[in-house]
Design a protein around this ligand. Structure first.
Ligand SMILES: [Zn+2]
Length: 169
């Protein structure tokens, strides 16, 4: 599932692989440490605060404030056909930072550090395999979400089994 996320992915398998499945269902998920409660976005399987290995998924709103942005003219591998494009980093309301494309609802002339933005889950529709990502859009932008149980019904990868069992208790 993690291979769904991103254009070029060098990490096809991690303990946070379900992130991509949640994103496909329209949910932006952070991780919350089961031991100390520390939150992380992007999600981390191992807690940066206390080093515990157990974590829970936690849906976040995706609202944030633009911290910085740049327009990429010389694109890295896999992104050449999109150049030039603008990416930004947002400080999320619920903690953490997200790096994402500036989406179509934000005219380039209106991009300003400090503006409020909404992280929106996206599924790329012009490719055959599943590709999910997110973009930064105008606050109030809406998107559809799948039913609550969709991700939980999927087969968990073996190394995530411990975390999944804990969720289901
Ligand atoms: Zn912790």
């Amino acid at each position: 599932m993690f291979k769904w996320f991103g254009m070029v992915n060098f990490t096809p398998y991690t303990r946070v692989a379900e992130f991509a499945a949640h994103l496909k269902d329209g949910r932006i998920m952070a991780s919350r440490c089961s031991a100390c409660g520390a939150r992380s976005f992007p999600p981390r399987a191992d807690c940066a605060a206390c080093m515990a290995r157990e974590f829970e998924w936690m849906e976040i709103s995706g609202r944030g404030t633009l911290h910085t942005f740049t327009t990429i003219a010389a694109a890295p591998t896999g992104f050449e056909r999109y150049a030039p494009y603008t990416v930004g980093v947002v400080d999320l309301e619920e903690g953490g930072r997200a790096l994402a494309w500036l989406g179509g609802t934000i005219p380039s002339g209106e991009i300003a550090i400090g503006m409020t933005l909404q992280l929106v889950p996206r599924i790329e529709e012009d490719v055959e395999e599943i590709r999910v990502f997110y973009s930064l859009e105008r606050p109030g932008t809406t998107w559809s979400k799948a039913g609550a149980a969709t991700v939980g019904e999927r087969q968990a990868p073996p190394a995530a089994a411990g975390a999944r069992r804990r969720e289901q208790v």
